[in-house]
Design a binder for this molecule. Sequence first.
Ligand SMILES: Cc1ncc(COP(=O)(O)O)c(C=O)c1O
Ligand SMILES: [Zn+2]
Length: 407
Amino acid sequence: MARSALSTLGCSRCSRTYDPDRIQQLCECGAPLLARYDLATAATSLTRESLARRPHGLWRFRELLPVRRDDAVVSLGEHASPILPLRRAGESVGLTDLYCKDEGALPTGSFKARGAAVGISRARELGVQRFAMPSNGNAGSAWSLYAARAGMQAIIVMPAVSPPIHRIQCLLAGAKVVLVDGLINDAGRLVSRACAKDGVYDASTMKEPYRIEGKKTLGFEIAEQFEWNVPDVIVYPTGGGVGLIGMHKAFRELQAIGLLGPALPRFIAVQSSGCAPIVKAFREQRDVSQPWDGASTVAFGINVPKAIGDFLILRILAETGGSAIAVDDEDILEYQERLAKHEGVLASLEGAATLAAVAQARKLGTIGAGERVLIINTASGSLQLESACPPIEKLGVDDELQIARDH
Ligand SMILES: Cc1ncc(COP(=O)(O)O)c(C=O)c1O
Ligand SMILES: [Zn+2]
């Protein structure tokens, strides 16, 4: 089995570096730490030829993942998620080359499985037994289930208004669940204070360096599935932005080891107009976002009023010539239905938001008709369908069922 080429942890803002083989959280300056690899070493064994011989799944990119020991790997069978051509949805927005990476197919039903698989494996390798984290839902489910598999204890703090299905999943997995009468940032503050007081590992978004390494595999897979010619545009539903930062990091690392050419996709960050701090900061050409007051959207996973990695997201949008788009909740619901009706894809509301954004970008000309565009459906729609249910005809047991008139 190939080995991890992890070499150090570097600050995303200042020049400090940290020992990766000890538990680390944020840099002293308060910014997230990012894993760095010995890329020359990774390049000697991570090649197109060696990849062709390796088993499927995210661990095939082992050199550029932080887990050193095979026996530390915690897996629920993370296969590559499919990339589906969207012919009819594409036509409806004037695109001939539109695709969806459907992350609903991953264990636990969302792309959060990637971060949990790698984050939990590395935490276990470093001797962590308990961790706490805030979550809007999917991350809590994924981390609870992977923690159960690893024999670790998870403490998940969730907004009381988050979809109940997730807290049930966490409880089934044996996690301690606490609801907070507030949003994800409030949950984050509670976690941060408790972790500091009790010396518990804080697994909040970007407060430990390894969740993003798992999210990075989304980028590795995209590059490989598109046969090392990445799409022109990648459209991502952005809350904390970990997936977006992760994909970008993946492409940079693949470039550095010679697996990808110089062209990078333009990244489009999508938010709901009910919570759009990144979109606002992007429009105002700021380096960081301001906390969004009164955040509210049906797409709960992207209801993040202030992301700790906002400066990284904004930097990537600028560097790749991308943009940031806000979509209304009604459009999110409409595009969720369209994806199901036109394509058979049961998308999450966050995923549906990306198609709504593509429609908007086409009207504005931000995306050209001939471009190859990839939207990311970050979770299965089956986890949150209450808000989407259309009216249904109801019959008494002796009524007559009328089918002929419908077709
Ligand atoms: C379904 C879904 N999509 C998108 C996101 C946002 O992810 P990120 O933190 O990478 O921006 C989340 C986060 O909770 C989510 O659950
Ligand atoms: Zn720093």
